[in-house]
Write a protein that binds this ligand. Sequence first.
Ligand SMILES: *[C@@H]1O[C@H](CO)[C@@H](O)[C@H](O)[C@H]1NC(C)=O
Ligand SMILES: *[C@@H]1O[C@H](CO)[C@@H](O)[C@H](O)[C@H]1NC(C)=O
Length: 670
Amino acid sequence: MLIVVHLLFLLLTAAVAQYYSGQGMGRYQYGRSRGGGNGLRGRSPNPKSLPMKAMEYRSVVYNAARDGKLNRLKIFLDHKSKEEIGKLVHAKTNGATPLIMACRNGHLEVVKYIIEQCTAEIEQVGSVTFDGETIEGAPPLWCAAAAGHLDIVKYLIQKGAGVNKTTYTNSTPLRAACFDGHYEIVKHLVNNEADIEIANRHGHTCLMISCYKGHREIAQYLLELNADVNRKSVKGNTALHDCAESGSLDIMKLLLKHGAKMEKDAYGMTPLMAASVAGFSKIVEFLIGRQECTKHERIDALELLGATYVDKKRDMLGAINFWRQAMEDRSNEPPLPKPKQGSQVAAYENSEEVTNLEELDELISDPDDMRMQALLVRERILGPAHPDTSYYIRYRGALYADMGNFERCIMLWMYALDMQQTVLEPLSPTTQSSFLSFAELFSFMMTEWRNRPAHSIAFKDIHNVLLRAIMELEKGKADETADKDSSHFSRLLVIIMHLLCLMCRLQKIMKKSEDHSFKEVVYKLVRMKPIGTKGFSPLHLACSRETTNVGRYPVCSFPSADVAQLLMDVGADVNAIDLDGNSPLHIASSNRPCRSEVIRTLLRNGAHLDRCNKDRKTPMQLIRGMSINDIVSPLNYLTLQCLSARKIVKCNISYKGQIPKKLETFIEMH
Ligand SMILES: *[C@@H]1O[C@H](CO)[C@@H](O)[C@H](O)[C@H]1NC(C)=O
Ligand SMILES: *[C@@H]1O[C@H](CO)[C@@H](O)[C@H](O)[C@H]1NC(C)=O
């Protein structure tokens, strides 16, 4: 059981990470600078032409600057030519220059030496890491401010570094200093005319980050400078939201004194709701005590807070207290009864929200019912489009799976998936993470339950998930605006390959009707002709080793002869080519190590051993580590037709217009 607990907690943390990095309302925009997305890692690649000695020199300079070894640096550089020194101090290692590293690590003397003696460019940007987060395009001043080195900040400004210069994601040195509460640096930057209103690319300002990180002094200082207290971020977030989400009651009072207004963000959340969702009861109590708070808002806040106490704090008594307070409030004049619930939800075991105090008191004896109440309350107040709603349904499901109750887990996850597919844009990362979790769960159940009767893993569950994944893929294909670089599309396609692979494992025990409806789904996929990265068709993916890597936990191992066979059974084109002119057989032949059964499967289904890709390489030439003769007898697969075609191409015999069109294409692929 221990292993189970471990795995699912990992699944959960994966879900949390996904939530925060993609769709969540929160953290994403609070990073010092972070832009999100993987495309931004603009590291400079190692120049290939640099001779080895130069590489070594470069790392000597870099390491000495990073570690503050001024003498070493001097001994090494002093006798070098100006040109050579210039090259060495401007070179990047892992995206950072020596100057960036000296600023990051607080070595003032080294900074002075690099700037004055080596005449380093004072604004040259680079990547730098804080708490495991990589910030791209950071100027030296930004690095010193973020790391809290006042002496270096002073020095750089005195040398003319621009105080308003930002990182690639538009974070200023001032915002970096606010992030970790470096008050002295904040004051120094402001005294040197830093702009306090420059927001990062999420529209998150210096005041907001000070609120979120709870730096009261800095927030007060910025307010005294007349920082705009009612600015909104791209997602409609205000400084009040930031206080609510981080539990900074003191700062919140300060903001209100400076005229901050309660506004809704893009998810329709007021600061009061944000505090309820985050579970800060002190803030909720403070805000519902204010005159401007309506009865309706008060009740919503208390009910949400109760739900947070159930799921996040696991404090059932605390939750009941808030819910009771809300219930009493509902019955006070004028009465405000709970709205009628729509249809019952099977995934919630058909639970219904309690409507009076007696029912509420009965709840406490049934923790499971409490948990369902929490999900119901959240869904009603936040609505299905709010990421928290589906997140906590999945969270609850994972906890059930942890206890070995996979059936409930699947029901809840399926319900959450339905919700995501209904309200989110096609191919949303949140929906993808649901599909991946399913694949991981099924794979886990299969491996862990090897010795149990096979029917414990229901065909219909995987079938269901597969159907929905293909539906999602179709929607994504139709809606090209949703996924500009098509990376989401490719990823979902890879997840689908894993689901197919899991399904193949069940094929031996499938009933005839099941096998039929499974093939029907796969046919639907193949007919759609989805194209992944590098122009891969599903059959290419089935033959590629890289398909194995999809998430953090193993699901299936590729290449898979079973999946390849399955795809060809329903009509996948064995000779489809990718962007580089590779057929699936090319891909299968370039895997290291080669899997011979995949190659045999493809050949049995009519793949050409002597087809050329754009580099004019045939699969036969790509196989390494073993000879084609060890796998198959090539003579069985080489036809006279193929040999003639190759000869025609090789000898440049003209054929266009002299033979039937069909034969022309045949010759062209050789
Ligand atoms: C920074 O921006 C502020 C406000 O726009 C401006 O007043 C100040 O001169 C700028 N500082 C520098 C060094 O450009
Ligand atoms: C092949 O033949 C064509 C026309 O017959 C000619 O234009 C072309 O240069 C030839 N290519 C080679 C590689 O000999």
